[in-house]
Unconditional design. Sequence first.
Length: 176
Amino acid sequence: RLLSYLKSPNLGAEVATLPELFIAQKAGYAPSKIVFDSPAKTYEELKYALEAGVHINADSFDELDRIAILKKSISSGSHIGIRVNPHVGIGKISITSVSGSYTKFGESLTESKEQLSNYFERYRWLRGIHLHIGSQGCTLEQLIEGVRRVYKFVAEINQNLGRNQIIYFDIGGGFP
């Protein structure tokens, strides 16, 4: 009921599990207003999300490859993006930090830049970037630096491909 009450033409829902997706649908959110951001989506969850037409942010190259297989047999209105981590340093709360020299969520922009570029070239349906630098404890400067790094990458991809391949930029990770 709370989600139904909060729903408006300008608000959407971010979900991390299939039950959360069901609840958002039951509350009346349009598929275009639901973002599925789980870091561990199963094949069945991806199939359901594609059939429902919700926005999906893949968390890995393996997940993009599973989506590619599913898209061969599913006509979907889903927008597909990939979560990237720009590694801007750890936040003030180390337990929730995901932007150190390791990547807990998404693909590393520093270590996987060439592979990310190859995926955007290979999959024309891959149209977005989800930026994630950590949940809570990040400074405003870290957020700005993360956005700057990923935005620069987006501009490079679009220029190198000679088309506007990446058409949306999703900033996640919570508010500091």
